[in-house]
Design a protein around this ligand. Sequence first.
Ligand code: FES
Length: 148
Amino acid sequence: MARLVVNGESREFDAGSDMPLLWALRDHLNLNGTKYGCGAGLCGACTVHMNGKAVRACQVSLGQAEGAEITTIEGLDPNGDHRVQQAWRELNVPQCGFCQSGQIMQAAALLAENPKPSDEEILSAMSGNVCRCGCYQRIVGAVRLAST
Ligand code: FES
């Protein structure tokens, strides 16, 4: 039996401790906003927060996540109105949208730690989040906007 605290709720379900967090979120808890991209820690589509830090959910086991506070895109703000989400809407960032929840979670973790990042710091923090549509300029612009 696995036990997780996700988006402020304690959840229990039948899974082994070596299952990747990403699988548990999507297949057991039906939190499908977190996406599977590469499964190898390379694309950032599966980014969630573990105790407030951005992590790749495909690379964290349930054993490692147990006892931590996990936040997914569904729990970032109850109304989808986190300042990063507002900036994303204002600048109409997504194209296909697949990578966006990971991008937003990465950006939110950056701003929680560093409310006024420089462009270099934004680029560095976001560099592991791949966007196949190439929306990088709008992504950087939205992070900048959310930090003002
Ligand atoms: Fe986890 Fe790509 S699916 S980093």
